[in-house]
Design a protein around this ligand. Structure first.
Ligand code: ATP
Ligand code: LTN
Length: 332
């Protein structure tokens, strides 16, 4: 009885690099926590990553290492469906139908498209533009109730809801309408420029903490973090650098902003930065260790992603069949 009421969650991450502290605190860490209370499915969004040019041999290795990272961050293949997007063809198939139910104007308003188009002006491909229809397919295939993402993905979630509502209106009830779920630490900023989001594809290595960075490197990057010319460790408008460090410190220690301010009253930024660096290095240590173990056991990884694909396929296929029927495609 209880089992039937459990909500469904789905989320994904692109294999565009080693996960950053932003990915971890803003999204992946919550996935591990949420798998205890929900029916959860998490995927490596490899098809989404193709919207940016990838070197094939390198990409293939990175997909596997990102899958290992997902498990190292606490996603448990016994509790969640952990899979790779391209292993479940229904994602591409539903994406086409949804593209035909998404307006050009809607896609043109997506800020991620505008940002990525500016970053990759030599490769503004059709996939970059229709990226949100594929993301909508990922979510709607599993009839997800909640989608745990960082705040930067909220606009895509709104569009997914619009597409689902419109489809349900035209063809009758087909999709669950999903909600975005954002938690504390929902937006971690670059350490080099705290007005910019920390991002895996940032070319400046000092701006981001990668979750596999060695403790020494982590501490060093925090020491160099850009702050302000003030001296007070407190959360206030205009103190972007300190606000970001406080958000990170709070997320890894569980301390409130007021407690942090009290603990560092009368101390300089140097002490605070060192404390944040050490706390983060300690927090990430088990993730790095688990990752190394998993990468030494590739057979286990293959076994896990194959099982994940089978489990995902079963659910996704059911929704796709329903959609094909609703839109009037002739059954085989
Ligand atoms: P890329 O740099 O390739 O665009 P990314 O680092 O932005 O990648 P994604 O794979 O697009 O990462 O995002 C995976 C998840 O991590 C998403 O839920 C996203 O909202 C979240 N996320 C990404 N960056 C941050 C951040 N700086 N703070 C909080 N959450 C983040
Ligand atoms: N677009 C997301 C990654 C992603 C995703 C999803 C997230 C692809 N499909 C489905 C949640 C649900 C991003 O983080 N850039």
């Amino acid at each position: 009885m209880e089992e039937q009421k459990k909500k469904v969650i789905l989320s994904g991450i692109q294999p565009t690099g080693i996960f950053t502290l932003g990915n971890y605190l803003g999204a992946v860490r919550n996935w591990a926590k949420m798998q205890e209370d929900f029916h959860s499915a998490y995927m490596i969004a490899d098809l989404h990553a193709l919207t940016v040019r990838q070197e094939p041999a390198d990409f293939r290795k990175r997909i596997l290492s990102c899958y290992a990272l997902l498990l190292a961050c606490g996603v448990d293949p016994e509790k969640s469906i952990a899979f790779i997007q391209s292993h479940v063809p229904a994602h591409s198939q539903l994406s086409w139908v949804l593209s035909c139910n998404t307006q050009f104007g809607e896609l043109s308003r997506m800020t991620q498209f505008k940002d990525k188009a500016a970053q990759h002006a030599d490769n503004i491909n059709a996939g970059l533009f229709t990226y949100p229809s594929l993301m909508a397919a990922d979510i709607l295939l599993y009839q997800a109730d909640l989608v745990p993402v960082g705040v930067d993905q909220k606009q895509h979630l709104e569009l997914t809801r619009d597409i689902a509502n419109r489809f349900n209106g035209v063809y009758g009830n087909t999709f669950t309408i999903p909600e975005a779920y954002t938690a504390q630490g929902a937006k971690i900023m670059s350490l080099a420029d705290p007005t910019k989001k920390m991002s895996k594809s940032d070319p400046n290595p000092n701006g981001c903490i990668l979750i596999l960075d060695e403790p020494g490197a982590i501490v060093k990057k925090f020491k160099r973090a850009v702050t302000d010319s003030d001296m007070e460790v407190c959360y206030r408008e205009g103190k972007d650098g300190i606000n970001n460090l406080m958000t990170i410190y709070s997320a890894v220690t569980g301390l409130s902003m007021d407690q942090i301010t009290a603990d560092f009253a009368g101390k300089g930024y140097g002490d605070f930065k060192a404390a944040v660096g050490e706390a983060v290095a300690e927090h990430l240590r088990p993730v790095r260790e688990r990752y190394n173990d998993l990468m030494n056991n590739k057979d286990y990884l293959v076994e896990c992603y194959r099982k994940g694909a089978e489990q995902a396929e079963r659910i996704a296929r059911r929704t796709l069949d329903k959609v094909y029927k609703k839109v009037g495609l002739l059954a085989k």
